[in-house]
Write a protein that binds this ligand. Sequence first.
Ligand SMILES: [Zn+2]
Ligand SMILES: [Zn+2]
Ligand SMILES: [Zn+2]
Length: 345
Amino acid sequence: MNEIDEEGVKDDHHITSIIEDHERICWGCGLRLLLATDSPVFKCGWCGAISTQIRIRKPDSACFSRWRRTRDRFFVAILLLFMSFVICAGVWAVYPTVFSISYFCGIFHSSITAILSLITISSFCLAAFKSAGAPVSVTWGSYPVVGKNGLENFTFCTYCEKPKPPRAHHCRSCRMCILDMDHHCPFIGNCVGAANHRHFIIFLISIVIGCFYAVMMCSYTVFHVWPPQLESSASTDTSAVSRMLKEVLTGIASSVLLLSVRGLVLLYLSFACLSVDIGITVLLWQQLYYIYEGKTYIAHISSQNSGNGGCQNILRFFNCPYWAFRFFLIPTNTAKFQESSSKFL
Ligand SMILES: [Zn+2]
Ligand SMILES: [Zn+2]
Ligand SMILES: [Zn+2]
């Protein structure tokens, strides 16, 4: 518009051509918009939809989509098998020793294993098989139907060819837009988004605790089973030659025990669980840091805090009750707390 005012001396025909050049149609409400400049990005003053240079992308090839689906299903199957193996093999290899100590000890550790297994598998299933957060369908395309600010800050997804809400992203593996998308995780075969992010974090926490518990129990069983045999065999000998012979035989027997199925299972579980624990702890720490910072995901967190970090983001993420905010937040955060907690009341 400014350009037209400054160049008012030009003839009407030339002005008309400039207007036509800067005329665009809003994809959200279908109104014809007159722009001041020839900007490729503009926002509709009526419905609030943001338009960019829209070019409809070609859908992914069937081969590409099939490869991604197969990869996701493969990883999900591997992870389910691994979790089942750790639980079943761990119980088989460790629990005879645990129950040999005392009946109460066996029941106590059985309860811990059952609780950890239940939380891990249920949170995995919720994270993997629950929708990560599909946007609600909105009416768009015609002016009388789309109301004022009806598509505020919506953009147009050129894959789905549908309106895309703010902070939503399109995932080519899931072939849909995901609200507050964090990332697509091949190990759960699903996106991590607004609807399943909490289940994903609970799954990571339960994996970290479960693997640490498995490493502790396997290590305890290994040290509980083998050393007494060495001591008992060595303590009964008197002569040096027979003691040395007995130690050699005991060493061979210990090696055979270590190479037994139970010994191999215990060793494998110890190293596998330790490796998984280290890797998942790093991932969990990164995820919790993002939650603390209130960025990259969960629309209401980032919008309410304007990118400010703080413990209130963690509490809000886990849907903690009001008293938790009063209890955990330090006095220096009082102002921030009052601002955020008022939205919970
Ligand atoms: Zn519009
Ligand atoms: Zn999309
Ligand atoms: Zn996805």
